[in-house]
Design a protein around this ligand. Structure first.
Ligand SMILES: Cc1cc2nc3c(=O)[nH]c(=O)nc-3n(C[C@H](O)[C@H](O)[C@H](O)COP(=O)(O)O)c2cc1C
Length: 314
């Protein structure tokens, strides 16, 4: 089978594969560069990063790749505007925006002539995004790792969005192998965004013991938690997720107001950072629902090569 061609504004990756942005510091410059070098779109997760850190990340990725590099930013973070503007000043190729909806970012990206790709979970928000100037959409379903904008399946939402808009639609949530990609394309998607498959890669910035958890995790280990952002989140069950789900008091002692609005049931940045560093008892391990299909850590380039090769055989 032939892969579809994904065009986002003037950007045309060799393969219609976007590596999902994964905060905090799971998808940093080395992963984004490796994915971009292999013909996909590499994404640096900017949420939780400082401004100078983000500049260094973008510059590192640029020095190590001629491919397409973007950032992912959650609307919920306090430094949202600063982060977007820094990425635009650094000449980022595209911005993917999730966890909330901002009208301002459309204006900023249009002025900078940088494609904006909002993450949506309804046809209504998809249409509004197109009217406001989105270049493409990521349509994320309940199967996805991290914060969820819906509890509906990607399989249900993608055809609805595809019928509602004429810009490219990228399916996200539960896409691990070539068969999953085929299913997404059959539903009308023009591309796929994959998170946890790339979190479990050599270049991912997850600590080695976190990568071991990814490889061992089974479907029944996957849980939903109530994130301080005000959205449900999909994660791997561990001591910390059990504490969140049993109303154990995890309210933060030191708060740096990193979110515009925070429920303060626990500190999401600390919890994600702990997981990334391998401090797993105090870490929240975000993961997609289909992690069970991942049995080994592979270089990102190898993951893409295998996806393309397997897809061609279907
Ligand atoms: C560890 C982890 C962190 C994530 N962080 C973010 C994030 O910062 N912003 C965002 O929009 N999506 C985030 N996501 C969602 C991914 O970008 C991607 O859309 C999703 O994981 C797709 O589902 P999959 O993991 O089943 O492939 C995260 C996912 C994971 C697994």
């Amino acid at each position: 089978m032939k892969l579809p061609v994904l065009e986002i504004g003037a950007l045309k990756p060799k393969y219609p594969i976007i590596q999902g942005g994964m905060a905090v510091r799971i998808s940093t410059a080395p992963l984004a560069a490796a994915v971009a070098n292999a013909g996909g779109i590499g994404i640096i997760a900017a949420s939780g990063m400082g401004i100078d850190e983000l500049k260094r990340q973008i510059r590192w990725a640029r020095e190590n790749s001629d491919g397409i590099i973007g950032i992912n930013i959650m609307f919920a973070v306090s430094k949202f505007a600063q982060i977007v503007n820094t990425a635009l000043e650094e000449g980022i190729d595209l911005i993917i925006q999730g966890a909330g909806f901002s009208r301002d970012i459309f204006k900023w990206c249009t002025e900078a002539k940088v494609p904006l790709v909002p993450i949506v979970s309804t046809a209504k928000l998809a249409k509004l995004s197109e009217v406001l100037g989105a270049s493409a959409l990521v349509v994320e379903g309940k199967e996805a790792g991290g914060h969820l904008g819906t509890l509906e399946s990607m399989r249900h939402i993608v055809p609805l969005v595809k019928n509602a808009v004429s810009i490219p639609v990228v399916a996200a949530g539960g896409i691990i192998d070539a068969l999953d990609m085929k299913e997404a394309f059959d539903l009308g998607a023009d591309g796929v965004q994959m998170g946890i498959r790339f979190a479990a890669s050599t270049e991912s910035n997850a600590a080695p013991n976190l990568k071991e958890v990814y490889v061992r995790a089974k479907r029944e280990d996957i849980v939903l938690i109530d994130s301080p952002v005000g959205l449900p989140g999909r994660a791997i069950r561990n001591e910390f997720s059990e504490k969140i789900n049993t109303d154990y008091d995890l309210s933060p002692e030191n708060c740096v107001s990193c979110l515009k609005k925070c429920k303060q049931n626990f500190c999401i940045m600390d919890a994600l950072e702990n997981a990334q560093k391998g401090n797993l008892e105090k870490g929240l391990i975000f993961s997609g629902e289909y992690i069970e299909k991942i049995n080994e850590i592979l270089p990102a380039g190898e993951i893409i090569r295998k996806l393309v090769e397997d897809f061609k055989k279907l």
